[in-house]
Design a protein. Structure first.
Length: 170
């Protein structure tokens, strides 16, 4: 069975299961309107809307919180979703603007991809058509646009995929 909430660590970040007591610190990150400006959920910086988003994340059973290993400060979140035996989705990722620029997103996704590829051969990412920043971020980490499909809310999204590389031949 797929482990939706592992603890994963690299030099820059640590990922662990999201906990109820993380709300205030994670909202401290999510309260920045610029994080959500290209996202279909543009109002997630508002307390009541983020509270619903957080409750959905807790209920999903796949939400992880990202901590900067320098100071154990919460800097973002991501989720695993939709495991079907062949594929799992990674999404709902957001990072504090202090951690934008590619490095931390790449590290976060690499941690999650390494974990996912112990269970599946393909990881899917759904990105809103107007979210150019996330589309570019997907391309930077090796995501290939493979068409489109509806997200969990039924909104049409761009589908990006990353496939597990076969083991090198000796």
């Amino acid at each position: 069975m797929f482990d939706f909430q592992p603890t994963l660590t690299c030099d820059a970040l640590s990922l662990r299961p999201l906990r109820t007591e993380d709300f205030d610190d994670l909202y401290g990150v999510a309260s920045d309107p610029l994080i959500w400006e290209q996202h279909p959920g543009k109002n997630r910086f508002k307390p009541d809307i983020f509270r619903d988003f957080f409750a959905e994340a807790m209920a999903s059973g796949g939400a992880l919180v990202a901590l900067d290993t320098k100071d154990d400060r919460i800097v973002g979140s991501s989720r695993f979703h939709g495991y079907d035996g062949r594929e799992v989705e990674i999404g709902w990722t957001f990072l504090a603007r202090s951690h934008w620029g590619g490095f931390y997103n790449r590290e976060l996704k690499q941690l999650m991809l390494r974990h996912a590829f112990t269970f599946v051969d393909r990881v899917a990412f759904l990105v809103g058509p107007l979210n150019v920043r996330s589309q570019r971020a997907m391309e930077k980490i090796g995501g290939v646009r493979a068409g489109s499909r509806p997200n969990h809310l039924g909104l049409e999204s761009f589908l990006y995929e990353i496939h597990k590389k076969p083991p090198a031949k000796p």
